[in-house]
Ligand binder design. Sequence first.
Ligand code: 2HA
Ligand code: ZN
Length: 286
Amino acid sequence: MKVLEARFMRDFINMAQEGYEQGWHERNGGNLSYRIKPHEVEAIRDRLSDHHDWQPIGASVPDLAGEFFLVTGTGQFFRNVPIDPEVTLGIIEIDETGENYRIRWGYVEGGRPTSELPTHLLNHQVRKRVTNGKDRIIYHAHTTNIIALSFVLPLKDEVFTRELWEMATECPVVFPQGIGVVEWMVPGGREIGIVTSELMEKYSAVVWAMHGMFCSGSTFDETFGLMHTIEKAAEILCKVMMMGGRKRQTITPNNFRDLEKGFKITLDERFLYEKEDNGVIPGMED
Ligand code: 2HA
Ligand code: ZN
């Protein structure tokens, strides 16, 4: 089968386009990776090349040994993914040690995988383990409203989770585990990848302060939907702040406990703390 005719390829390209249309991928902002299923690799194996050398990943991912990934290229613009997928995307294979990768398809103008490859693969390794192999997609986007909030809210998992949950009743249903926060760090390396992947043990979404967000999911729809839901909650919170920043009423800890029963979800009590004044958004006290 031609690589571009594979279903996962079309779904990947559609997701890149939808993310661009949301305004989350200015210039070369953001990156996306998909852990390809074994039968999907077999269907395209005749079209894979073995002319490229093994290169260091820059991180150690032994639990991903032998896996294949479709990954956006470094410096590539999401805007161009549907226009020129063979240039903007590539398929890589991980070696038996989990230390090296080689290009098997794509990046035809001499490209390479995203600069955030260490974070993507470290996240994949953790999510593969904690979801028993279900999660296959890691998505990084420069979501405007989440970035804006990272200038104002305290950079704490508890605060981001709680304030975003309060912004839409479906939020605790869509991300019941909550959301993690990484304070400002240099992107593009192993260090930020390790910190992010440690949070991915508990959360399927992690904020990078003053930068964007990472989401993990089992399907393209689930992963995009998670990013979209969180970013929409962030947009509502920004609007509430712009309307003076004082809530007259909100969803209370007991309301969340009622949701747990109604939707058969479990919410960590860590996020259901009592506040001195339910109208005040942290960071906007005066
Ligand atoms: O690829 O988003 O974090 C550009 C980025 C780096
Ligand atoms: Zn980024």
